[in-house]
Design a binder for this molecule. Sequence first.
Ligand SMILES: Nc1ncnc2c1ncn2[C@@H]1O[C@H](COP(=O)(O)OP(=O)(O)O)[C@@H](O)[C@H]1O
Ligand SMILES: [Mg+2]
Length: 310
Amino acid sequence: MGVSSSSPVMVPGGVARRRLDQASGLRAAMNPQPSDKVRIQVIAVSSGKGGVGKSNVVANLAVASARQGRKVLVMDADLALGNVDILLGLTPHYTIEDVLSGQRRLEEVLIAGPEGIQILPATSGGQAFTQLTHEQQLLLQSAFLQLASPPDLLLIDCAAGISANVLYFSLVAHETLVVVSPDPTSLTDAYALVKILSTRYHLRTFRMLVNKVKHNQEGKEVFRKFSLVTDRFLTISLDYLGCIPADDYVTMAVAQQRAVCDVYPRAPASRAFTSLVKAVNDWREDLSWQGGFQLFGPAALGATRTVTEG
Ligand SMILES: Nc1ncnc2c1ncn2[C@@H]1O[C@H](COP(=O)(O)OP(=O)(O)O)[C@@H](O)[C@H]1O
Ligand SMILES: [Mg+2]
């Protein structure tokens, strides 16, 4: 499952990520930047197929992480059919649309969720932002860069499918977490996503979470089968984050518009989410912080253009 370190990386975002990884120590030592102080770990959560539980994963990973002391912002990046606010029983006054149209500052649009997490809500039923323009991407980036009190973890709930927005958010994040379920169609759709990101945009590292498993062994088995295929046909590094059991408490929590970690903290799924927090925190050790925040800013711009025009 390894990846050759000499793989060509041609997409500017990918170049930035790889180069910054290599040079960050030296550069940080020589030239401390403001971004040394602003350390936002950015994780794009994608799935290919809808309905695998991606939004639940985002909401619960956010709650579990906040409970363990992290300052979390969830961005609902399903810009046309967002539902993170509904999952958490929140009623937003404004949405990301107001930020993108320049009507509101990001701070005015963020709403508070359980455990102090912040949510950037999306519109539901909107058409305007199914594909962000380059200007809108810039606007969003600068809104994050200007946050007076930035989060230390930004979880992006991407839309299903392989739209330009999904590709864009995957490329500007530090990590792309792919959520699958044991359902074979979820695996083929996730493969399509990973394939396009790796072959067309040269993204090389992915993490995988298997949701709705009967038992831990099933999660490992799904991952093993998926990685057999990616090992054979793609040049990527794919790491297993873990699995979340299919749990009726999740269904009950969804019906109550609460995160399962919030309302049933001892449920099997909640315990599983809690156990993943440490691994997600540990990913930070491999990050180039200096590049990290910039990847959601200037260094991502090349990738932005490539994705929207490619
Ligand atoms: N671990 C789980 N156990 C049981 N049901 C789950 C689990 N995760 C998600 N679900 C159910 O799957 C459905 C889709 O979840 P959602 O998070 O909205 O998916 P997505 O964002 O991938 O479209 C919801 O009805 C939710 O209750
Ligand atoms: Mg969703």
